[in-house]
Structures are given as structure tokens and as C-alpha cells.
Design a protein around this ligand. Sequence first.
Ligand code: NAP
Length: 287
Amino acid sequence: MRILITGANGQLGHELQRNAPQNVELHALDRRALDISDGDAVAKTVARIAPHIIINAAAYTAVDKAETDHDAACAINRDGAAHLARAAQAQRARLLHVSTDFVFDGQGCTPYLPGQTPSPLGVYGASKLAGEQAVQHSGADALIIRTAWVYAAHGHNFVKTMLRLMRERPEVRVVADQIGSPTAAASLARALWALIAKNAAAGIYHYTDAGVASWYDLAHAVREITQTLSGETLAPIYPIRTEDYPTPARRPAYSVLDKTATTALIGPAPHWREALSEVLRELLQEE
Ligand SMILES: NC(=O)c1ccc[n+]([C@@H]2O[C@H](COP(=O)([O-])OP(=O)(O)OC[C@H]3O[C@@H](n4cnc5c(N)ncnc54)[C@H](OP(=O)(O)O)[C@@H]3O)[C@@H](O)[C@H]2O)c1
């Protein structure tokens, strides 16, 4: 099976390559090799490679910057998704398109179902929702997989930032009233490969690692696990409220995704603490 991966140098793109099954012919293209906002380039590249499956791991992911960079966020997250869906349909390829918990406003208090009405709070979430809609309206054979709170040893993310801050500062304050499910890019990549292997029906699926946490809980776990693994002493962490840490983009207070349908197909996700230990072990080994 021939697979085209976009955004190959991102957290997910990287883990998709590391976790790929042996029987696939991978064409993993980073932004320089394929800019998904360029419709002609997408059409030509997809026609040349003739993939059976396209996995779109490319995205504009700078949530705060997107608030003042609307055009770039939409060119990538909305138009890029539309270009890929059109090319997938022309090629009769299947598209796996990755989206986000930020399509929801986070006002709920029970896990969001795939069919629940989205209502994004900011430009990033709106651009990702527009991308989902472009994929759905394209008529392409597509799976949309929403995920949340992604981190990995490779790339920029909350886990690595916390580790750095806990080494640099005397104390660290972290928001404790936003709840979600931390997700290792490696677990997400394995879930995508499993969905491909199961030939899952078209539609929207949710995947995150199991369990829930606040950003404070996640930072606390990073500290605890790192101290156990490395023996170093890290700065203490204190919980604060969202209003004490203003950011350009509003974020959902509760963004837990219901993944019952995904679990029924590919089995249970690992707990986020287990997945976090795996990533921290990798990070510490690299130092
Ligand atoms: N990170 C999270 O917490 C999170 C949460 C929920 C959902 N998601 C979704 O999960 C997916 C994977 O995210 P990630 O964490 O792997 O993001 P990431 O690490 O930021 O990777 C995104 C990749 O896309 C590339 N890219 C940006 N614009 C592009 C373009 N026009 N054409 C081709 N490539 C382009 C980036 O390249 P450059 O580095 O060169 O810009 C980067 O390598 C995305 O759909 C994202 O929306 C992420």
C-alpha cells in the first residue's frame, strides 16, 4: 500500500514514520517538499505519487498566533485540507485528516461525541473546523480524526516547555481549570495505522490517550516522572486559574473527547501517564 504523509516533520508526521507498518511504501513529505496551501502542487504531487491513502499531518498549530494571522491559518487548515480532499477524490485515494478538540467551545461537562455540534472559540479552532467541513463536502472517502493535547520528544510542546521551565525557574505556575486528555503523538500515530488496517468506515473519529488531566496535573506528572527517572530535583509547580494566565486565544475549559467508537474498532488507548513516561524516557535518553 502506498501512503503519502504531509507535514512529515511535525510531531505526528515524525511518529507516523517511526511507527509505520513494514508493508507500506511511505512518501513522507515535509513542508518544503509539499506545501499543502498550494493547490497546484498538491494536485501534481498526489497525481505523481498515486497514493492509496493520504494522511494529512500538516497544520497551522500556533493557537495564539492564529488570532492575528487568520489568513495563514485558513490557507493551511481550511484550504490545505480542501486541496488534499480534492486531490484524494481525483486519485480515488482515501484521506485521513487530523483535527482538534478546539472545534468545541469546552462549555460541556461530559466527553464530546464526534457528532456533537462544534462551536470553536478562536481562529485556530475555526480554521480547523472549516478544514473538516471542506473534507466532508468534497465527497472524498475520508476519515477525520480529532485529537487533543499532543506532545512528543520531537517538536515543540507543553511537556518539553514544562521540563525546561522546571529546570530554569524557582517555581512554575500552571493553569488547573482546563481539562483534557494528554496524547502522545506516538499513540496517535499507532491509532491512525490501526484505523487504516481496520479500513474504518468514513466519518469522524476521536482519538486521545486514556484518562483526563488539567494542564497542572500534566505538568505535575512531568515533574514526578522525570525526578524518578533522572534523580534530578525540579522546581515545584503551583496551580493557577485561566484568568491568571491571559493568552490571545481563548481555550476550551473542558475538551475531553468521547472515543467509544474508536475504541470499539482498535481497542483501548494507553493511559496518558504511561504514554508520558515513554516520551520522558526518550527525552532523557537523548540528553
Ligand atoms: N499539537 C496539539 O496539541 C494538537 C492538538 C489537537 C490537534 N492537533 C492536530 O494534530 C495534527 C498534528 O499536529 P502536530 O502536533 O504534529 O503539529 P506540529 O508539530 O505543529 O506539525 C505540523 C507540521 O505541519 C507543517 N506545516 C505547516 N504548514 C504547512 C503547509 N502549508 N504545508 C505542509 N506542511 C505544513 C509544519 O511545518 P513547519 O514546522 O515547517 O511549519 C509542521 O511540521 C494537526 O492537524 C493538529 O491540528 C494537534
